[in-house]
Design a protein. Structure first.
Lengths: 379, 61
């Protein structure tokens, strides 16, 4: 590589990383508790477990689950009924001021076997909520998401330019060699290069999937425009139903359509994941991949009959598959611990990179007066 | 020390990257024995870091 292209790559590495470093440090730090979100919520007492019941206990009707949740907030509109991927004993019902309102949503967790109300989780307050918002959108909504997505893009550029610069620095060094007994800046440089190159692929995957997630709102909007509108075209212009059919009957219809899948969440009529006329039933498969790829089954909310069901399109599949690869939540506690360690190592890479720049700049500034003196004496 | 070729410089990073990439993907496909294999593959960069940073570099001194 000639000097000129080396300088270009060095410039690219310096500026792409400098601009995003502060935000990347924030993302790495807020990401740490998010990896263990479940464990921390449990520990803080903001999450409750459903009681153990005899194995032959049946499941309650979804109508009873819904009625008991609604009884707590009769003036509210049900938005979603959902459960976590590994949860099978409870359903959580979200109730908003309207079908699409996002502020002051109430959540009610109901036992799916007895329909008893267990708990009212507060997903929109507390420590984990602050961590989540800082990580996802900096409390700035859609603009914040896109901004962090752009920072992620800068990180990808920094990673790629870092690989290009790795070679000239390593020509006379063994792999992993850290010059600990030389100047501190050499130790810092070697540590930055070594930790950076070993965690490169993980960092690239987490950065890329983070960028994809930053676009999730737009991807979902496009899916509604592309697929939902054609699936619900026959209902266009019709008045919304005044009385909704039994939720259990609608669930049974969806289950009959996809007998090999299990229900992941229900979007109520009027929400972003359904139409004013439909229950959107989102079904999961049972393998690690298909359990992430929700298959939508639209059920007429007035008659509980099937309207349509389609495979998820490639762009939505990409978004859904990128989520576990970003969260590290698909291999139990061992994978979470690996995510934690790699996250901590990334913090070291970011910090040593920042220090390399800072010290160099500091040294440069310290040299300035003498250089100025030198040029003055010459004059 | 003779200057190293690109192939020598990137041999270990490429092997570790390949293991990490494989590990990340195969845990998505299967949650039985492939998942265990994937955790092993993903553990490699961490083991390499701790082994080289704390052990090999101490020997080099």
């Amino acid at each position: 590589m000639n000097i000129r292209s080396l300088k270009t790559w060095a410039w690219l590495h310096k500026w792409s990383s400098l601009v995003c470093t502060a935000f990347m440090l924030l993302l790495c730090l807020t990401g740490l508790p998010l990896i263990f979100g479940h464990e921390i919520s449990h520990w803080l007492g903001t999450e409750v477990e459903a009681p153990d019941l005899p194995a032959n206990t049946g499941t309650a009707s979804m109508d009873a689950v819904l009625a008991n949740a609604k009884a707590l907030y009769p003036s509210r509109v049900v938005q979603f009924v959902f459960r976590d991927i590994d949860e099978d004993k409870t359903w959580t019902v979200s109730l908003g001021k309207t079908a699409t309102s996002e502020d002051d949503t109430k959540f009610v967790q109901v036992d799916s076997r007895t329909a008893k109300v267990l708990h009212e989780p507060k997903f929109n307050e507390g420590f984990m909520y602050v961590m989540f918002k800082l990580h996802v959108d900096l409390f700035a909504g859609f603009a914040g998401m896109l901004f962090l997505g752009f920072m992620g893009l800068l990180l990808v550029i920094a990673l790629i330019s870092g690989v290009v610069l790795y070679a000239p620095f390593m020509r006379k060094l063994e792999f992993g060699e850290i010059r600990k007994n030389r100047a501190p800046k050499l130790k810092r440089l070697d540590t930055h290069n070594f930790l950076g190159v070993v965690t490169l692929i993980w960092a690239l995957v987490v950065a890329t999937t983070g960028i994809i997630n930053a676009w999730s709102d737009l991807v979902i909007k496009y899916w509604q425009f592309d697929q939902m509108s054609t699936m619900t075209a026959p209902y266009k212009g019709l008045p919304p139903p005044t009385r909704l059919a039994s939720l259990q009957a609608a669930v049974d219809t969806a289950q009959a359509r996809e007998p090999g899948m299990r229900l992941g969440f229900i979007a109520f009529p009027g929400t972003d994941f359904s139409s004013p006329h439909h229950y959107g039933m989102f079904m999961r498969g049972d393998s690690p991949v298909t359990s992430r790829l929700f298959k939508p089954v639209l059920i007429d909310a007035q008659t509980a009959k099937l309207t349509d069901s389609r495979e998820v399109p490639w762009y939505l599949a990409t978004l859904l598959i990128s989520q576990p690869l970003h969260f590290g939540d698909y291999g139990g506690l061992p994978l979470k611990i690996i995510w934690l360690i790699l996250d901590l190592i990334t913090i070291v890479v970011l910090w040593t990179g920042l220090m390399l720049w800072w010290k160099k700049r500091h040294d440069h500034l310290a040299e300035l007066p003498s250089a100025a003196r030198h040029s003055l004496s010459k004059a | 020390m003779q200057p190293k070729h690109l192939r020598q410089i990137f041999l270990w990073p490429a092997l570790i990257g390949l293991l990490t990439g494989t590990g990340l993907v195969i845990a998505l496909i299967d949650d039985q024995w492939l998942e265990t294999l994937s955790l092993g593959a993903l553990g490699v960069p961490i083991i390499v870091i701790f082994y080289i940073y704390f052990f090999v570099n101490r020997m080099r001194r």
